[in-house]
Design a protein around this ligand. Sequence first.
Ligand code: EPU
Length: 336
Amino acid sequence: MLKHSKKYQLLSRNTFGIEAVAENFVEFSNEEELLAFLDGGFDDKLLVIGGGSNLLFVNDFHGTVFHSAIKGVELVSEDNESVLLRVGSGVNWDELVEYTVSQGWGGLENLSAIPGEVGASAVQNVGAYGREAGELITKVETIAIADASKHIFLHDDCDFSYRHSIFKAAEKGKHIITYVTYRLSKQPQFKLAYGNLNEKVEELGGATLANVRKAVCMIRNAKLPAPSEIGSAGSFFMNPVVPAPVADALKQRYPSMPSYPTASGDVKLSAGWLIEQCGWKQSPHEHVGVYQHQALVVINRGGATGRDVLDFAAAVVKSVKEKFGVELCMEVNVIA
Ligand code: EPU
């Protein structure tokens, strides 16, 4: 049944642990409920949330917050090589990963232990340890808010790139995602080149889906705060991508700076490293800071408001710009 609450406290709906009140909160558990709700026309300010793991509320939300509770994992088809899975947008991401690994279907194992829900995996093109969800997404089903019409975006329509999709650009704010279809492999192709992933997998006995999942969970647990214990939105900034000559010049000055060439010839730098070099791990701020084991993660030390976090982030951006000449962009979706 559709749930509609007024003056809804969003504290438990965002992993940053920020208090904010939504004028309206609407949760639907199937397409029909959503279609019926949108049918009469909808012209309120709106926000669609998943697990709330990439959001920063700066004010109360004077509009309607939608949340999908569409569940279910449907095996649409399979052949000798692969399976197609159509998954409800409200399915918990890591439960999906765990399930696919237990079935022996490869593709999502590197994306273990990421907070959030299935719908957001398509918006955000979630990525970790050399894998991005968009590589595996074949289809995204949506309902358009303006006229309650159903839409299908095939992989190529989604315009996936690093932490980006069409749902963050031309189609931003126009759709509610209902289902995402993934193609997973029955003959897993392991991607273990990132950092010390291969080493960890070997320690666990070699490359199997279960071992890769276990290794990724271990690496993440060591570097990233558990949302249940420390408020954060994971990586707060994106890793900046700069032209190769800029990266070369920085390397001359800072030989230990991590850098990763991209397919386009530009170079991706590590925002976490840049932030750490600016001394932010020692920041004395009472309510906000960066995580001790990963400076890319801005944390709520307790009682922070969205404004506190935003002011802190601006100071971080300024310091990185001054020291390195590099502009950091926020990965977190700021809801003002
Ligand atoms: N580093 C530091 N100090 C820090 C943090 C990082 O020196 O405080 C260095 C590390 O030693 C390493 C490099 O920076 O040499 C990269 O660090 P890491 O492997 O932790 O990855 P990242 O680039 O900081 C990205 C994603 C993470 C994802 C990891 C693994 C973004 C914005 N973040 O972080 O995604 O888990 O790679 O693939 O691309 C998220 O989006 O919430 C997230 C956690």
